[in-house]
Design a protein around this ligand. Sequence first.
Ligand SMILES: Nc1ncnc2c1ncn2[C@@H]1O[C@H](COP(=O)(O)OP(=O)(O)OP(=O)(O)O)[C@@H](O)[C@H]1O
Ligand SMILES: [Mg+2]
Length: 254
Amino acid sequence: MKDIIEISEVSVYYDKFCALNNINLKVSEKEFLAILGPNGGGKSTLLKLILGFKDAKVGKIKVLNDKPKDARKSIGYVPQSSKFDKEFPINVEDVVLMGKLNNKVSPFLKFTNKDREEAYEVMKKLGIYRLKDRQIGQLSGGQLQRVLIARALVLQPKILLLDEPTASLDAQAKLDIYNLLRELNQNITIVLVTHDIEIISNYATNIVCINKELYYYGKAKKGIEINMNFFQNPTNFIDHINTEQYSNTLYGGI
Ligand SMILES: Nc1ncnc2c1ncn2[C@@H]1O[C@H](COP(=O)(O)OP(=O)(O)OP(=O)(O)O)[C@@H](O)[C@H]1O
Ligand SMILES: [Mg+2]
């Protein structure tokens, strides 16, 4: 499989603060990569780097053989929804259609009939078509996540980046989202930030653990075990991942 994201020796800074240090990572076509790590570990920063919203101060990054900014039209992005303004007075259909703007800010929201047809098709696929006239503030957490995923899919991206799309969802809604992503993964490369380590080992093909530095990258296996000290002791390479210990140590349980 071709590498479609290539990050070599990349460091990312916010002013003088180093958020990612010397990261090397390759993501290949059709991979389902789960990014794990503690709060503040740089997971969202890594997605922003791939999208070209944040530049590498040091190192090289290529996405679809291009600069991240130029590849952005082929990347769907589902931001961390805690940062999404649910009170904004807009309905589901318009949120999904905004995906057509591809992050370009436009004062004129003018969409063609073809745009609408394509948006309806994605909404039907994700089971949210019947909600199209609802205000987003009136959706459940799981429904809102589907709307945000639909918005990311309307431009038919090659890569889908998702930042904690299952945070605050119940167990069934999480599984529904993961099953949907598994289906989408037949055609799209998926890069997902998550804290659901027990579930994700059944869905992801690969796992990466970051906490400013990249501590582990490998194939996802059922029941994989992480050494509970690995963020404290990077030299202690992980070959045993105890999922329960991992969650308890880093996240205080889920
Ligand atoms: N705009 C910013 N300006 C300054 N520092 C920032 C900015 N965004 C993030 N940081 C810092 O960079 C580090 C990494 O942040 P990031 O949001 O990437 O972490 P994260 O792994 O996504 O965390 P979380 O699990 O809480 O979402 C943190 O220490 C954070 O405070
Ligand atoms: Mg984050």
